[in-house]
Design a binder for this molecule. Sequence first.
Ligand code: UD1
Length: 335
Amino acid sequence: MAILVTGGLGYIGSHTAVELLSEGRDIVVIDDLSNSSALAADRIREITGKSFPFIEARLQDEETLNKLFSDYDIEAVIHFAGSKAVGESVKNPIKYYDNNIGSSLSLCRAMLKAGCKNIIFSSSATVYGSNNPSPYREDMPAGGCTNPYGETKLIIEQLLGDIVKSNPGFNATLLRYFNPIGAHPSGLIGEDPRGIPNNLLPYIAKVAVGQLPCLGVFGNDYQTPDGTGVRDYIHVVDLAKGHTAALNNMDGLKIYNLGTGKGYSVLEVLKAFEKACGKALPYEIKPRREGDLDAYWSDPGKAERELGWRAQKTLYDMCLDTWRWQKANPKGYEG
Ligand code: UD1
């Protein structure tokens, strides 16, 4: 029996693959390498001392997918594969509806055909939209996303909910991530965005390593203590462990936030990173970025009560591990 990890060579997928293998589970990875590197597979093997099959394919390639389900005995799927750049989703919505929803439909069809009835889905806090007060709780109404990326996450959540209703015994767990940062403490795997990073931590890391001159802080006039945006940052290893906890507790449709419950501002994150890398980092205040919210964070209590999972690592751990990864791999995997 194995766990199929879609997008298993990407940022969160690779860290989850490590946790699954470390727990003694067998995995099969499918990834189209559109935003990941095959070298991540070698690194996962190096960290865990375990090997696993890797199939390079898109999920929409249903022939390959059906063959995969007949070649391996897949007890559950953890579905990470998808496109995730918010700005790009606004410019190219068809790519997002196709890559994210199209691939999820193919995957669900193949699962039902093969009789595989367990899926964990990589969702996002973005599904809470802009109208809910923080801390976000799973029983708040989802919707009102500010971009097509968020809409695709919400639609896939609804798709899985409908499949649970129509297929007795089918279990779907939706994990809503807050802001995953950090890297494996080995420094062997981490976030490796292509081009100029969109997200805060990879951007700061590239400033620290000297590849970008200066961090732009998007707005300092928000309703927050220091005026900069506040988010619930979570260490990617804690997040990965949330998936293994969820695997052990599947039962119909379940929804969990994976966050720490604590918000930090952009300037607080920058300070923590400066401490981790031992130098001051240049920044300038820029205008607000369109679509950004001022502040949100999770209520992580449900995952703790029902899954026995709770994030352990501090913001400083997150910065230290990001820095170790960035220093050892200044140009990412291919560098
Ligand atoms: C975004 C998405 C989220 C997605 C996540 C990871 C929305 C509203 N948010 O989160 O769904 O899961 O990316 O891909 O759809 N910042 C700067 N300078 C920078 C970059 C960021 O000041 O160069 C600030 C932002 O304004 C924000 C904070 O840092 O306050 C975090 O930004 P980012 O890392 O991009 O994540 P989110 O926008 O929170």
